[in-house]
Design a protein around this ligand. Structure first.
Ligand code: DGY
Length: 428
């Protein structure tokens, strides 16, 4: 990539981030996602920090203004009315001052806090703002272990595919069979009016997404009851890796701020989580797998969830095995990393999380591989990500075989990750 290409992509990334900025929060993309999404926002803040540190802190602060009293940080904050999205606040009915959804998302906040804190040029502001966010983020991380790991196993379960962020992953197919569809209120999807229905989840999946929402709503969104009452409880290695890394990164920031007790608590959480993660390792697949907590069995589905686990400080031999899996997949793909093993007959290259490449997950994998010393493959992931941007712009996700852009366009977190990739590779 020439210097002028790099500079054009860099400027375009900032343009996308600014275009989706709503002042104190950023929408993932216009139309399809018109509110604030939890993990999107944390990745967004990392991107914003490259050109506007103050705005980056605000992005995270806005998210945490909507933390629930029990500690949960919801997956959507409905700041403004917009009927272009379904399911809106009336379906969630969570009884919050500003309406929110009732489920959560991968806790990228611990990692984002550390990135913002360590890179900030305005050290005084960074210390003040990090000190304020620190206990809020800890409260959320502790919430996970209290509510989603009720038997203290060291790993937390998601209760809805939207919590993993990988909405229609093949990982959930079998467990989803146990979620009924009868009795849900009639509804009209909006996502398929903004994006190609062939790139989105199916109606059968939406019916189950909504059944779970109605079921949890019927329990008054009482987080002390939801886990055991949910027919869907899946332990996702990628999700847990983000949580483990979040605890470890929070501990690092806490140490720097002299909050040693908070640091110790979170380091202990990370250590326990890492040990438990070993139970999800599959020698056959050379990667981690999801666990269906309702059956106690690993799910035979080689998805990116098990590869993204490299984002946590897993043992070096595990990271090396994951690198081999990705390298093997790359032999038959133009772009990496596919969200599902292309050798699996269930792989669909254009359908959301059943095959396409996502730049945020590429970033997590890149970061983990690099930390594990798998530099060559990490650089291939980075290179492939930038080639996708050059070919197809700032899409929501991409077909790994053709590079075709899929889903929503001019996507915030994609742009944020481009700024990261350009900076880390020394191109800006
Ligand atoms: C959606 O609506 O597609 C989201 O992924 C749910 O958060």
């Amino acid at each position: 990539m020439s210097a002028s290409d790099t500079s054009r992509i860099h400027d375009l990334a900032i343009e996308v981030l600014k275009e989706n900025d709503r002042g104190t929060y950023t929408v993932p993309t216009k139309g399809l996602y018109p509110f604030q999404w939890n993990w999107d926002s944390c990745f967004t803040a990392i991107g914003q920090a490259h050109f506007d540190e103050d705005r980056a802190w605000t992005e995270m602060e806005t998210l945490f203004e909507h933390q629930w009293p029990d500690g949960m940080v919801p997956h959507i904050v409905f700041h403004v009315f917009d009927d272009g999205y379904f399911p809106g606040p009336d379906i969630w009915n969570t009884d919050r001052p500003t309406p929110t959804s009732g489920i959560t998302q991968p806790p990228v906040a611990g990692f984002a806090l550390r990135r913002l804190f360590e890179r900030s040029k305005d050290r005084i502001a960074a210390e003040r703002r990090a000190r304020d966010l620190l206990p809020k983020i800890e409260k959320w991380l502790a919430w996970f272990y209290a509510n989603r790991d009720p038997r203290g196993e060291g790993l937390v379960a998601i209760l809805h595919p939207w919590e993993a962020g990988r909405d229609n992953s093949i990982d959930w197919d079998e467990a989803f069979e146990r979620v009924p569809t009868e009795g849900i209120a009639p509804y009209t999807r909006r996502d398929t009016q903004h994006a190609d229905p062939a790139h989105r989840p199916t109606k059968a999946q939406y019916d189950r997404y909504l059944w779970l929402v109605e079921h949890f709503r019927g329990l008054g969104w009482d987080n002390t009851r939801l886990h055991d009452a949910s027919p869907f409880q899946v332990v996702d290695p990628g999700f847990n890796a983000i949580l483990i890394r979040g605890c470890a990164d929070l501990a690092t920031v806490a140490d720097a701020l002299g909050e040693t007790e908070l640091a110790t608590r979170n380091r202990d959480r990370a250590t326990k989580g890492l040990a438990a993660l070993e139970n999800l390792w599959s020698e056959t697949h050379g990667q981690y797998l999801c666990l269906d907590r309702t059956t106690g069995k690993l799910i035979e589905s080689a998805s990116i969830g098990g590869l993204a686990a490299v984002f946590a400080p897993i043992p070096a031999e595990r990271a090396a095995a994951i690198a081999q899996v990705i390298a093997r997949q790359a032999e038959n793909l133009r772009y990496i990393v596919a969200s599902h093993d292309p050798a699996d007959p269930r792989f669909e290259p254009k359908r959301y999380w059943r095959g396409p490449v996502w730049l945020v997950v590429n970033y997590l994998i890149f970061d983990g591989l690099r930390a594990a010393g798998e530099t060559d493959l990490a650089n291939r992931v980075l290179q492939s990500s930038l080639e996708l941007i050059e070919r197809s712009g700032f899409a929501e996700y991409y077909d790994p075989q053709t590079g075709e852009p899929c889903g929503g366009g001019r996507f915030t977190w994609t742009a944020a990750m481009v700024l990261e990739f350009l900076t880390i590779s020394g191109r800006t």
